[in-house]
Design a protein around this ligand. Sequence first.
Ligand SMILES: Nc1ncnc2c1ncn2[C@@H]1O[C@H](COP(=O)(O)OP(=O)(O)O)[C@@H](O)[C@H]1O
Ligand SMILES: [Mg+2]
Length: 290
Amino acid sequence: MNPAAGNLADLSPSAVSLRGSWDDVPAAVITAIETRTGPIEQVQPAQAGYSSHVAATVYSGHRRVFVKGLRSEHPAASTQGCEAAVNPYVVSLGPRLLWRVETDGWDVLGFEHLEGRSADYRQGSEDLTLVADVMTQLGALAAGDAPVSRAEQRWAAQNQDASVVELLHGDTLLHTDWHHTNMLVTSERTVSLVDWATATVGAAWIDPACWVVWLIYAGHSPRSAEQWAARVPAWRAAGRHALDAFSEVLAVYWRHIAEHHPNRMTGELRDAGAQWAAYRRSGVPVGAYG
Ligand SMILES: Nc1ncnc2c1ncn2[C@@H]1O[C@H](COP(=O)(O)OP(=O)(O)O)[C@@H](O)[C@H]1O
Ligand SMILES: [Mg+2]
C-alpha cells in the first residue's frame, strides 16, 4: 500500500466514508449555492477525503470554488461551524472561506479553490520539511481565542486522568488532523492546510504529536517520526511526561476509530498509535532528536 497516495480503494467505504454524490444535493440547495457561484457548469468530485457528504470543485464560467457539504442532521455537521469559525484565523495558511449556505437540511461551505496534491509523508520525501514548517507557522499564530473546542474536552473520552487534562491545556490553535490529504502541496512548494473540521485550542506540542502517528503509518520508525516532529519548536519545548501521556491518549483514540470504522487504513493507524505509545513507554533515548 502507498499510504501517501490516500488511495480510497484501500478503504472499506461502508465502514468509513460519508461521501455521496453531487446528485444527492437537493435542487433547492443547488439553487442557493448558485446564488453564490453563478450557474454551475461542471462538478468535479474531490478524489481524497471521506468526512463530508459532498466535496467537489464546482465550475462556473472562469471561476472555481471548492464546495464541501454535510446534511445538517448528521452529528458531524457541527464540524462545518468549526471550519467557518476558524477560517478568519488561518487564511494565511489555507483557503479562504467564501460563503456558507445553510438551507433545506444541508450545511455547505464554499472555499477558494487551491491547486495542489496531497503531501507525501514517506521517508525521504521533500514534503516533510514543508509540513514541519507550516506546523511551526501555525504554532506561532496568535489565535488562542478561536471559538473552537478545547483539547481537554476533545480528548476527554480517551483520558480520565486530571493531571493529563491539565497537560493538554494551552492557548495554541491546533489543526489536529494531519492526514496527508489535508496538506495541499503546490507547485511553488508551499503547503496549504485544508479541512479544519477538528481545529482545537490546546497545548502547542499537540499538533506535532498528532503528526507522529501519521508518520509511523507512512512507514517511519517511531524514532524517525519523532525526529521530524522535533523540527517543530513546540515539540522540543514539550515535557517528556506530556508526550508520554498523550501517546497513550492517541493510542486509545485510534483504537476507538478502528473499532468503529473498521478498515485497512484505520487498522494501520491504530497499529501506528500503539507502536508510538510502546516506544515512549520503553523510554526515549536521550539525544534521540540530535
Ligand atoms: N480549497 C480546496 N481547493 C482544492 N481542493 C481542496 C480544497 N479543500 C480540500 N480540497 C481537496 O478535497 C479533499 C477533501 O476535502 P476536505 O476538506 O479534506 O474534506 P473531508 O476530508 O472532510 O472530506 C481534500 O483532501 C483535498 O484533496
Ligand atoms: Mg480531509
